[in-house]
Design a protein around this ligand. Structure first.
Ligand code: S3P
Length: 166
């Protein structure tokens, strides 16, 4: 059975939708950021601070390659996973990739008080979101087997749409 990978920008709801989808489909959930934190014994923020972003990206790649041999898992990824083609290849080999698309305004709202995401800290978080979104949009599209428009929808609605598409 294929894995289901949820990709999308930070704050688009990958982890929450992943939990709901895993529950509804009675499948195991693997949250990549959480798994990396458990393996390293550090938060993502601490990994960025002590080892740098590249080191985190390598941990992410190692994990996504490891997960491609799993069967039938729901996998919520980190927002930057689509930036390496080898990660996209590993996801495609392991299953179906679903892009949770959320509009900028919704992301601003969700991410306003975020303290955990190293790439968004500072008063200029809106500029950071805007510039990352502009860089990444095409990478999400390139990775996606299916796209779900999430803006203005609740978790149940999004989960239902995904289940209808599977
Ligand atoms: C990142 C997204 C984060 C986490 C890290 C980097 C990114 O995951 O992997 O902070 O580059 O978009 P979420 O998308 O779950 O916030």
């Amino acid at each position: 059975m294929d894995n289901i990978y949820l990709v999308g920008f930070m704050g688009s709801g990958k982890s929450t939708v992943g939990k709901e989808l895993a529950y509804k489909l009675n499948r195991e959930l693997i949250d990549m950021d959480y798994t990396i934190e458990q393996k390293q014994g550090k938060t993502i923020k601490e990994i960025f601070e002590s080892e740098g972003e590249e080191a985190f990206r390598q941990l992410e790649t190692n994990l996504v390659i490891e997960l491609q041999d799993q069967k039938g898992k729901i996998i919520s990824t980190g927002g930057g996973v689509v930036m390496r083609q080898e990660n996209v290849d590993a996801m495609k080999a392991g299953g179906k990739v679903i892009f949770l698309h959320a509009k900028e305004e919704q992301l601003f709202k969700f991410l306003k008080y975020d303290k955990k995401r190293p790439l968004l800290q500072g008063d200029d978080y809106k500029d950071k979101i805007r510039s990352l979104l502009a860089k990444r949009e095409s990478f999400y599209m390139n990775a996606a087997d299916m796209i779900i428009q999430c803006t203005g929808k609740n978790i149940q609605e999004i989960t239902r749409e995904i289940m209808d598409l599977l």
